[in-house]
Design a protein. Sequence first.
Lengths: 380, 77
Amino acid sequence: MIYLDNAATSFPKPPAVCKEVLNCLENYCGNPGRGAHSLSLAAAEKVYECRENAAALLGCEPENIVFTLNTTHALNIVIKGVLRPKDHVLLSDLEHNSVLRPLWRMAQEGIIEYDIYPSLTVESRPPASALICSHISSLIRPNTRMLICCHSSNICSRVLPLREIGALCRRRGILFVVDAAQSAGHLPIDMKKMNIDALCAPGHKGLLGPQGCGILALRSGVLLDTLTEGGNGVNSLEAGMPDFSPERYEAGTLAVPAIAGLSEGIKTITAHGIINIRAHANMLYHTLYDMLSSVRGVTIYAPAHVGAVMLFNVRDIPSDTAARELDRAGICVRSGFHCSPLGHATLKTPADGAIRASFGIYNTQKDIESLWRTVRELAK
Amino acid sequence: MVDCTAVIGSMTTAQKAQKALATAAIRANVVKLDSSVTKRGCAYGVEYDCIQEANVKAVLNASGICISRIVRGGGYM
């Protein structure tokens, strides 16, 4: 089996991740922050280790790493913890439904308004980052409270200029929220240098952890309203949630085995080096791009020619049909719209979407060649 | 050795305090406080040798960690 759906979830997981999940379940899976016995403290130590590893990777403080269920959960905490009636929000034209849907619902209910800024500009003079910031500036209103931006899209490899957008948001007093679902573990991130107020990331994609754990990383001083309330092992005689991170946002028992695995995933990423991981993805991308470009009838949707994600179609074969054929050949890719209707509209894919191949650290040139050979047969 | 406990609050902040103290070569353990010494319910702190009290205060202050009070001779479970 050749797995090329790493943008959905990375597979396989590093052996150290699998080993640690099992080790946790067998040896130290107490409830962290809920007692003083050795098993609870051992679990708490592993959870804190993961906060430290994540903080070092993202450029923030360990206590500002909040564990969530996934990226969508983290985004909902931020969106619903900040926005108030009559607020205005800006989002890019590549945002996932995890951003669009909560905003759309709040807009439908008359609570907020939002505008969509274009993110795909041709690299030229002025630079793309300046053009994007110019578009954003033209849409800012006095009541614009939040700007949400994916670092890189889940359907193309376009990387948005976080540093420049972050600087603009800081100057204009707008909360800068980054969806790092496709970039955490793939691209360098420094929350301080990029002026990011809140960053949402999955544990199970580029960070190589198990499913069931995501990350909300907050800038020091950012205080959100809570999305969920409940027990967290601190100030338990008080009815209200505490006002400090991370416990304020972590109601209920944490997914300790997933967090234990995530900690090992981040260690693996750090050992490989983000730059090397990026270079490996770019090498696979260039190989696949060159190969698919040579196949008559293949359309590639590529606003950027680097990265870990490639979107394409084969002649007029519906993407779901083509993906089924690839699956029969032992190749796992994802078809359709990838929960990204905004992005598909921006890239002008057909009515039935497109096929996405996404690479991970364990993919090889051989995997790419297998995909190319099967696509070539389909295109005949 | 006489044990002192700095009352911190959350488990996470107590762990941060322990790490900061370890970096300063001060040994400390994260402990859950006895309900008799907390007013707001469950809370955590760090236990250390009382002889280190001045150093502990200095390190935690430099790390931006607030000590709500110090309990001498235990007070934890």
